[in-house]
Structures are given as structure tokens and as C-alpha cells.
Design a protein around this ligand. Structure first.
Ligand SMILES: C[S@@+](CC[C@H](N)C(=O)[O-])C[C@H]1O[C@@H](n2cnc3c(N)ncnc32)[C@H](O)[C@@H]1O
Length: 270
């Protein structure tokens, strides 16, 4: 096993192919997808950019970024996912790890980490991944990373419990994730080993990677925990209102931790 090899348990979770439909399968996935699109389209620094999508899986985001006119390079450590992504027009896909990116210095206008930080339970390794993203982004370019918030595992547990099936997760185990951040209790059909972070931890890891003063955005916000999400995200007549409301609260410091995912962005110093 080389220094940056993905743990077998995490690799085998993604080798099963679940990422292909994760963001379209249900309303929850569709909310994450439309919000990531909405956020990135507002935050990317221009049109026709060179974008590096690290942890891009089968290319669910690379696909629309390329269709928007960006030149996308996708890096992911799971070869079967990279093979799928490589078929997307306008996307170059290569096997690699966020901690040791196969890219030159300052080669990209934007580097996206939408997944790698979920699975690095060691702070030093998360800082290393952000520092690698910074190295590959040009001065004035953007580094954007998504993390799973510390509250997300407990929120899921409560939704399962309310739905009458706790999936074999004990109440104590669900609280341990809130206390310690490491999620390992889920059965492997639900998710794999993950680190659930407080927003302030992510900002401090960005600073330690040479990106001080990062901005943070709730992706789904607290409305993402509403069980009947279908009625809000799939109903054309209410979706625009729903997304407009999310834009109003996305940077509210008292709310950004109450969201399944958090987006942290920083501009590389000139
Ligand atoms: C939950 S998926 C997210 C996929 C996609 N980026 C999205 O936002 O929907 C997490 C991805 O991160 C990748 N990943 C996990 N550890 C990584 C690492 N150390 N370096 C790069 N990618 C990693 C996995 O292979 C997987 O494709």
C-alpha cells in the first residue's frame, strides 16, 4: 500500500457504483445537485475555465461543468469510476489522490474538492489535500471544498428513527458521531468511514493550507432535513422560491452548521 492509497473499505464502497445515480435517485440527492450547481455557477471566477474536479467520481458535476464550457480534468482514486467519467465529452479523467495530485503547479483556474475531505479522518491529511488543491490552482484562482457537517449523521439517524427503521444504529452511536466526528457505525450500504467537521475546523484547515479568510456556504441548509423534500425540489411552482430562500440563509453563521453539507471557498493569494 503506498502512502496515499485509499483504504480498502472506502474503495470498495465506491467500486459498487452508487455514485452514478446518487444525486438523481431521490429528492435529497436532487437538492444537493441543484444547490451545488447554483453555488458553483455563482462562485467560479469566469467562463471557459480550466477546472480540476478532485474526487469527481463518475463525473456527475464534471458533466455539467463541461457542458457549461469549462475544460474539466477529473481526478479520482477509484479506477472504475474514472473509466465512466472518461467517456464524458470535454472531460479528461485520471486516477489519483487528493493528497498527491498528478497536476502541475498553478495549472487550474479552479480546484474543486467535492468528496475527498469526507473520507480523511486525520487533520494533517485534510490539510495536505487542501494544500495540494492550492498548489494546483493559479494565484487569483479558486479552491472550493465540500465537507459533511458534524450534525449530518445525527440528522440522518433521527430521520431513520422517525421513519420507523433505525437501520441498526444505536442512539449512543449516533451521538458519538456528534461528539467525535468520525462516522463508522453505518452499514456499508449506507455510507463508509467519514469525518464530519465543524465549519470552524474546515476554515482553520484552509488557513493552515495557506488559504486564510475562507468563505463558507450551507449547501442544503436546515431545509435539507425536511422529510417531504420532494414537494419543494421537484415541484416547479415552489422550487424557485425554495432556492431563493436558501440563497438568503446560505452564509448565515448561526445556520451554516445545520446543513448536511458545507461549501468552503478561498481565492489563492496573488
Ligand atoms: C461522495 S463521493 C462525491 C462525488 C462527487 N464529487 C459529488 O460531489 O457528488 C466522494 C468521492 O471522493 C473520492 N475520494 C475519496 N477519498 C479520496 C481521496 N483521498 N482523494 C481523492 N478522491 C477521494 C471517492 O472515490 C468518491 O468518488
Amino acid at each position: 500500500m503506498n502512502e496515499w492509497e485509499l483504504e480498502a473499505e472506502i474503495a470498495s464502497y465506491y467500486e459498487r457504483g452508487g455514485e452514478r445515480e446518487r444525486l438523481s435517485r431521490n429528492a435529497r440527492g436532487r437538492l444537493e445537485f441543484v444547490r451545488m450547481q447554483d453555488l458553483l455557477r455563482r462562485l467560479l471566477p469566469g467562463e471557459g475555465l480550466d477546472v480540476l474536479d478532485v474526487g469527481g467520481a463518475t463525473g456527475v458535476h464534471a458533466s455539467w461543468l463541461a457542458a457549461d464550457g469549462h475544460k474539466v480534468t477529473l481526478v479520482d482514486p477509484v479506477p472504475s469510476q474514472v473509466e465512466v467519467a472518461a467517456q464524458i465529452p470535454g472531460v479528461d479523467a485520471v486516477v489519483g489522490d487528493a493528497r498527491d495530485l498528478p497536476c502541475g503547479d498553478a495549472a487550474f483556474d479552479a480546484v474543486l474538492l467535492m468528496g475527498p475531505l469526507y473520507h480523511l479522518t486525520d487533520r494533517g491529511q485534510r490539510v495536505r489535500a487542501v494544500a495540494e488543491a492550492r498548489r494546483c490552482a493559479r494565484p487569483g484562482g479558486l479552491v472550493a471544498a465540500v465537507t459533511i457537517n458534524r450534525t449530518a449523521g445525527w440528522g440522518d439517524y433521527l430521520l431513520f428513527k422517525a421513519g420507523g427503521d433505525d437501520k441498526g444504529i444505536s442512539a449512543e452511536a449516533s451521538l458519538r458521531v456528534v461528539r467525535e466526528g468520525v462516522l463508522q457505525f453505518f452499514d456499508q450500504d449506507l455510507f463508509t468511514t467519514a469525518y464530519l467537521a465543524h465549519p470552524s475546523e474546515v476554515a482553520s484547515e484552509f488557513a493552515d493550507a495557506g488559504l486564510p479568510g475562507a468563505d463558507q456556504y450551507a449547501v442544503q441548509g436546515f431545509p435539507g432535513f425536511i422529510p417531504e423534500m420532494e414537494r419543494l425540489i421537484d415541484d416547479e411552482s415552489v422550487r424557485a422560491h425554495f432556492l431563493e430562500g436558501l440563497r438568503l440563509i446560505e452564509r448565515e453563521p448561526s445556520l451554516i452548521g445545520a446543513s448536511n453539507h458545507l461549501l468552503t471557498v478561498a481565492v489563492v493569494p496573488e
